[in-house]
Design a protein around this ligand. Structure first.
Ligand SMILES: NC(=O)c1ccc[n+]([C@@H]2O[C@H](COP(=O)([O-])OP(=O)(O)OC[C@H]3O[C@@H](n4cnc5c(N)ncnc54)[C@H](O)[C@@H]3O)[C@@H](O)[C@H]2O)c1
Length: 424
């Protein structure tokens, strides 16, 4: 960390000056997520005045000529470039957001750790369990902090759901449903970008959306022990893009190419604690835009959440069992980090706010306060479940999740089983 930044603030009407240590950040990959991370760094202090560091936007990198330069003009970055190595080798950079396509996570993540940089890395970390473990080991060896982009666990209603489940309000959890349906690949002329290629994207909707579902399931309900899965690719051929673009765009006149990963996945999951979970994900659901939801049932109650009404949690609890009603709770300042964004219940928060919470937890962890909202230990466990899903879809049977063991704490080696997930 470099120079201190002195910021003015007002407390009970009297101006007060607070010194925050400057923390120089770089963002590599300036598509959708790169911009969301940039916004989160810019607004973190405004939402969390207790933040001990002041992030400064040092570098923005994107391989598409001119795209990173927009970061200077729109966000105030100091430097822009086309090579991620330029940012990572800058000794003044403290932390790097890795918002690149999945196949670059491993090499960039390891390079950052070896250069002593803290990382905020997007999910899925790499294209395979081995990629995720390699990044986790590099981070562990470097003793740096790593935050992973499992943002939905930061939603205040999800925090409330976890509290209710943990407190026993629902009784013993028996079964749950997690569903993440989207239409971002529903158009048959949607461009065949890196997301649809094995080498650059890895898994398809499993790496993109099931990873969030697996994170929510394990964050709320505990360890996933075994899975049985089915996958399908419904749109088998797509046009290749004629020009490079970020996000999901159409390529009406591009030459055809083969889609190499799955559009849809459904699986059953057995949890260590005995609960049974259904997870269903799709990127080709016409009419379903970011339809991410779950319901969790226990012996005495249930909770219901839908990302598109992020501030509401349906709760059924009490002594009734049968015919027990569901009440709607609008989350408010007493739930999770809601109070950092809105002063009273039922005011809307946004997707980007979840990333501001993620940035805050990451930056505080760098300063030695707490830990990131989701860590590399979470990412490795998540990747082990995704690998079990892929193997089950291949062999058509239940597959045990081989849980890599590790402490995830800075400096500690990440021990792991050498066994592969085998069909039972
Ligand atoms: N947490 C979430 O909810 C969430 C949502 C979307 C995406 N993601 C993840 O974020 C990552 C990025 O996704 P996105 O939607 O922003 O993708 P995107 O395609 O919009 O952006 C990726 C950017 O990286 C750039 N790039 C590619 N190769 C590069 C290289 N070698 N050097 C520098 N720049 C390079 C591209 O030009 C592009 O601008 C992925 O891992 C994705 O899974 C997470």
């Amino acid at each position: 960390m470099t120079a201190d930044v002195v910021a003015g603030s007002v407390e009970r009407g009297r101006p007060r000056r607070r010194t925050r240590q400057a923390l120089r950040v770089a963002i590599v990959g300036f598509g959708w997520m790169g911009r969301v991370h940039a916004n989160a760094y810019l607004t973190a202090v405004a939402h969390f005045p207790d933040l001990d560091v002041q992030p400064l936007l040092a570098w923005v990198v994107d391989e598409v000529p001119g795209r990173a330069a927009e970061g200077i003009e729109q966000y105030g970055f100091e430097h822009s470039g086309e090579l991620w190595s330029d940012a990572v080798s800058d000794p003044t950079v403290d932390a790097v957001s890795i918002t690149l396509p999945n196949f670059l996570h491993r090499s960039v993540g390891i390079a950052c750790a070896q250069a002593g940089k803290h990382i905020w890395i997007e999910k899925p970390v790499g294209t395979s369990l081995s990629d995720t473990v390699a990044v986790a080991e590099a981070v562990s060896a470097a003793g740096t902090q790593a935050a992973v982009g499992f943002n939905y666990r930061n939603a205040p209603a999800v925090v409330l759901a976890r509290d209710l489940i943990g407190s026993g309000e629902l009784g013993e959890v028996t079964h749950a449903r997690f569903q993440l349906f989207s239409d971002y690949a529903a158009h048959p002329k949607g461009a065949l970008t890196w997301r649809f290629e094995r080498d650059r994207g890895g898994a398809g909707v499993v790496g993109d959306l099931a990873t969030h579902g697996v994170d929510l399931a394990s964050h709320l309900l505990g360890t996933i022990e075994a899975v049985v899965a089915d996958t399908e690719t419904f749109v088998k051929v797509r046009p290749r893009p004629l020009e490079s673009h970020a996000g999901h765009a159409l390529a009406l006149h591009g030459p055809p190419g083969v889609v190499e990963n799955e559009d849809y996945m459904a699986c059953l999951m057995r949890l260590n604690a005995g609960a049974r979970v259904v997870l269903q994900v799709s990127r080709v659901s016409v009419g379903s835009q970011n339809a991410y939801s779950f319901e969790v049932h226990g012996t005495r109650g249930a909770v219901y959440w839908d990302f598109r009404r992020m501030g509401e949690l349906g709760v059924s609890s009490g002594p009734g069992f049968q015919d027990q009603s569901v009440r709607k709770i609008y989350v408010g300042p007493s739930h999770g980090s809601y109070g950092a964004f809105q002063p009273g219940a039922a005011l809307s928060m946004s997707y980007d706010d979840l990333k501001v919470i993620e940035a805050y937890r990451f930056l505080q962890a760098i300063k030695g306060e707490g830990h990131p909202a989701a860590t590399m230990t979470d990412a490795v466990r998540n990747a082990a479940v995704l690998e079990a899903i892929a193997r089950s879809a291949d062999c058509g049977r239940w597959v045990d999740v081989v849980e890599p063991m590790g402490t995830g704490s800075p400096g500690a080696p990440l021990a792991r089983s050498t066994e592969r997930n085998e069909c039972i």
